[in-house]
Design a protein around this ligand. Structure first.
Ligand SMILES: C[S@@+](CC[C@H](N)C(=O)[O-])C[C@H]1O[C@@H](n2cnc3c(N)ncnc32)[C@H](O)[C@@H]1O
Length: 242
């Protein structure tokens, strides 16, 4: 059996009882360690679980599915994911590969950033499309996340912005080399995300100017009677996105 087990968002003890029981008895246990991170490292998890874990980095997950699924028809293999296995994470591919290989699988759910965002006080029912804000590079500066935030705002919805996490990311220079070199881990701060959003507003100028200046103005233009919409980052009042 192939088990995909959510670890929740806090520390080692946030695994569910069901997930813990599987981890204790599984033949191999992989720890997905590049889309999210816990507040504790591999060593602390190993100590709490009382067993060793295999770190599954991006290369292993994206190119080593066969290795992960090896023996899973006859043995229990567990794959640990921070948060919920399907909470804004694309591990569907691994599950589809398990199905294709005739491997049975079970998903053990847990808390996800998708619902934990409720802690900021905004009503989960009123969130629109979630966006990921990636670190810009010199040659790659996407801005589609801004359009999605804009679309949510037009409908009076909040936006959950997932800020980039770069763990074990190869340097551009080593991408084509056999021996990859890795950038130090970095985590996008709110001010870095806001900086990119402001830069997009600056570039789009006329197009989004009124939204950047005042969400209230935009809401009125669209015929809403309520003036309760909140401005986007860049305005010195309450941000609409979290
Ligand atoms: C691809 S999503 C994976 C989410 C995870 N599977 C879940 O269900 O919560 C990863 C993004 O979620 C956000 N994230 C994950 N854990 C978080 C936490 N504890 N606090 C804030 N943001 C978090 C980060 O923006 C990160 O880049």
């Amino acid at each position: 059996m192939f088990y995909v087990i959510g670890l929740g968002l806090g520390g080692a003890e946030d695994i569910t009882v069901r997930g813990f029981e599987i981890v204790k008895k599984a033949e191999r246990v992989y720890l997905e360690a590049y889309t999210s991170i816990l507040t504790v490292g591999k060593e602390e998890l190993e100590q709490f679980y009382g067993r060793s874990l295999i770190v599954a980095d991006r290369d292993l997950v994206e190119q080593g599915a066969d290795e992960i699924l090896q023996d899973a028809t006859s043995k229990d293999i567990a794959f640990l994911v921070v948060g919920d296995p399907f909470g804004a994470t694309t591990h569907t591919d691994l599950v589809l590969r398990a199905r294709e290989a005739g491997v049975s699988y079970k998903i053990i759910h847990n808390a996800s950033i998708m619902n934990a965002v409720g802690c900021c006080g905004l009503q989960l029912y009123n969130f629109g499309e979630t966006v990921s804000i990636p670190y810009w590079t010199e040659s790659w500066q996407p801005d589609s996340f801004y359009d999605k935030i804009f679309g949510n705002r037009r409908r009076g919805l909040h936006t959950l912005c997932l800020l980039d996490i770069r763990v074990k990311e190869p340097t551009l220079e080593s991408l084509t080399k056999k021996e990859k070199e890795y950038q130090p881990p970095h985590f996008m701060s709110v001010s870095e995300a806001a900086g990119q959003l402001l830069e997009i507003i600056r570039r789009k100028d006329g197009e989004y100017k009124e939204l950047a200046d005042t969400g209230l103005h935009t809401a009125r233009n669209e015929g809403h009677s309520s003036g309760s919409t909140t401005p986007l980052p860049g305005n010195n009042r309450t941000p609409a996105s979290s």
